[in-house]
Design a protein around this ligand. Sequence first.
Ligand SMILES: Nc1ncnc2c1ncn2[C@@H]1O[C@H](COP(=O)(O)OP(=O)(O)OP(=O)(O)O)[C@@H](O)[C@H]1O
Length: 212
Amino acid sequence: MLEARALSCVREDRLLFKDLSFSVDEGQILQIEGPNGVGKTSLFRLLAGLQPAYAGDVFWHDHAIASIREQFYQQLLFLGHYTGVKPELTAFENLRFFQKMHNPTQQQDLWAVLAQVGLAGYEDLLSSQLSAGQQRRVALARLWLSDANIWLLDEPFTAIDKKGVKVLEQLFLKHAARGGRVILTTHQDLQLDNQMFSTLSLRKPAPEQQYV
Ligand SMILES: Nc1ncnc2c1ncn2[C@@H]1O[C@H](COP(=O)(O)OP(=O)(O)OP(=O)(O)O)[C@@H](O)[C@H]1O
C-alpha cells in the first residue's frame, strides 16, 4: 500500500494543501485533478520523496519512504515534466540507455517497444530532431520496460495525440490488472471504464488559510 498520511505542502509561505490523506492499493489507477497551480506537481514531488512535506509523510507498506529509500525507488517509475530524454542520443539509444541502467538483464525487443509507441521508422533519428510529442513518446516507452510497481506520471499525455492516449490508457489498465499502481495527473478526461480507476481533486485552501 502506498499511503499519503495527513500531508501538508507549503511553497514560499503559501499553503497549497493541508491534511491530505489517501492510499493507492495494488491494481489502482488514481488521477489527481485540479486547476493550474493547485499543487499537483508539488504533491508528486512529495510522493516521489524528492521533497519533504511541511507536515505528514508518505508511506510504502507502512514505512516512511525516507527510511526505505532504496527499496522504494526500486518500485517507483517517476515521469515528470522534464522527460530526461537525451537530445544527443537517438530514440533507440535513449531506450537502450534506460534499459541498461534499470533493467540490464531484460531481453525485451526495443524496436518492438518503439513501434508500440508509434516511433517505427524514427528509431535512428537524434531525439533533438523529433517533435515534442515524439520525444514524449520516447520517454513513455520506458513504461513498457518497467518492472516498477508504482508509476507516478505527471501529465503523461502532454503533446500526445488521441491515438497515443488510447494506447497509454490500455497500458495503464494492463499494469493495474497485474497488480501495479498508476498515479497520474492530466487535464484530459480519461476513458477508463474500470472499477480500479478513481480521481482525487485538489482544491485551493480558503483565502484565510493560504498563508502559514
Ligand atoms: N520551485 C518552486 N518554488 C516556489 N514555488 C513554487 C515552485 N514550484 C511551484 N511553486 C508554486 O507552487 C504552486 C503549485 O505549483 P504546482 O506546479 O505544484 O501546481 P500544479 O497543480 O502542478 O500546476 P499545473 O497544472 O499548472 O502543472 C504554484 O503556485 C507555484 O507558483
